[in-house]
Design a binder for this molecule. Structure first.
Ligand SMILES: *Cc1c(COP(=O)(O)O)cnc(C)c1O
Length: 385
């Protein structure tokens, strides 16, 4: 029996050599590698600035803070996401407002955003679920119309394209967040980044990452005190959210392979699409004509007849060595959110999606034999249900 997780990092000898080199250098935190990683990331995506963080969650927290989010505000986001998208707004006292999803992509439904906007709304935070871009053009128009910020949670979507633009270029949005957790498109172990074309946001992000401190003379508030080279200013309350040179060295090396990684994911998608076409058990994920997904996940959705037996199917797949997962339990159904007074039934499509969804293995290091094993195992499990 094979053991195939739903996702896994791909680390090669070159990655290891680059990390070893960083370890032998004079800087192991906050050296030249952080800057180099940020520059390659901004270059790859086509954004002006990239600011690296110790995790995707730290990056979200920083982006929301730079956006000026406070306890007077709300953000609009999707319930089908990792908890951090919503939690990070709670860090600042702002309330997440959940808008229901489209059943086929699992992405926020742009048509339902208007009616969720209130006087308190500060930002729309769509999530490119599974790596499939949301309708950025449409959502961007809504943000403009109501003067809201648009912040993309692109933690699944490094390497994805929207209408021939690269996710991360900030063409439609104010900031874009990535995560480099081992299951994502590339990894730094733990790590994240915010991309932006706005210099003011960039300065705020850099300060937030390092205790609210700036050493940039151009933006000092007390010009007269800035007499010596020791002088620095703490202008806001920040954190230690820095990424290290060790992590960044891995990130630089990983980013060089991103196109190959995405290409391999696409090959696996093609094999799955071929094998699972018109099957009687579940629906396969779609890729809309405007989108090139990064295929972070391969979310299958059980048909009506199998919806109620999901737990049994899931357990049997795990027994046979497939490390399947479920993405996600709608955020507001978590006990912590229930206690904040979000009602069950709030987003019916999201709750239905949760009852059907299973993420089957997809990651670049899967061999053709792994892919065939997944396909055969899935058919054999479903046929016995
Ligand atoms: C992974 C992820 C995050 C958080 O990233 P970490 O690096 O694990 O902190 C946020 N949002 C989404 C959608 C994610 O998948």
């Amino acid at each position: 029996m094979r053991n195939i997780p739903y996702s896994h990092q791909s680390i090669d000898a070159n990655d290891i050599r680059k990390v070893a080199e960083a370890l032998k250098s004079d800087w192991i935190t906050q050296g030249p590698k952080v800057r180099e990683f940020e520059e390659s990331l901004a270059g790859y995506c086509g954004a002006r600035f990239a600011v690296a963080f110790s995790s995707g969650t730290a990056a979200l927290h920083a982006a929301y803070s730079a956006a000026g989010l406070s306890n007077e505000h709300e953000i609009i986001t999707s319930p089908i996401t990792f908890l951090a998208t919503a939690n990070s707004s709670l860090f600042l006292g702002a309330r997440p407002v959940f808008v229901d999803i489209e059943a086929n992509t699992g992405n926020i439904n742009p048509l339902l955003i208007d009616q969720a906007i209130t006087e308190q709304t500060k930002a729309i935070v769509p999530v490119h679920f599974s790596g499939h871009p949301v309708e950025l053009d449409e959502i961007g128009k809504i943000a403009k119309k109501y003067s809201l910020l648009l912040i993309e949670d692109a933690c699944h979507a490094l390497g994805a394209k929207y209408k021939n633009t690269t996710i991360g270029d900030c063409r439609y949005s104010d900031m874009v967040i990535f995560s480099f957790h081992p299951v994502k498109s590339i990894t730094t172990g733990e790590g994240g980044a915010v991309l932006t074309n706005n210099e003011e946001f960039c300065n705020k992000l850099i300060m937030f990452r390092h205790h609210g401190i700036t050493k940039d003379r151009k933006i000092f508030q007390n010009k007269s005190d800035a007499v010596g080279e020791w002088y620095h200013e703490m202008q806001c309350l920040g954190y230690n959210y820095r990424l290290t040179d060790i992590h960044s060295a891995l990130g630089i090396s990983q980013l060089r392979k991103i196109d190959r990684f995405i290409q391999r994911r696409r090959e696996i998608v093609e094999a799955y699409a071929e094998a699972f076409r018109d099957n009687e058990f579940f629906d396969t994920p779609v890729e809309k004509s405007y989108a090139k997904s990064a295929w972070h996940l391969y979310p299958i959705r059980l048909k009506d007849k199998y919806k109620r037996t999901k737990a049994e199917i899931f357990a049997k797949l795990r027994e046979r060595g497939l490390g399947v997962q479920v993405h996600y339990i709608p955020v507001y159904l978590q006990p912590y959110y229930q206690q904040l007074d979000y009602k069950r039934g709030l987003c019916p499509n999201a709750e239905d999606f949760y009852q059907r969804e299973i993420s089957i293995p997809i990651y670049p290091a899967m061999t053709d034999e792994d892919v065939n094993y997944v396909i055969e195992t899935i058919f054999s499990v479903f046929k016995k249900i």
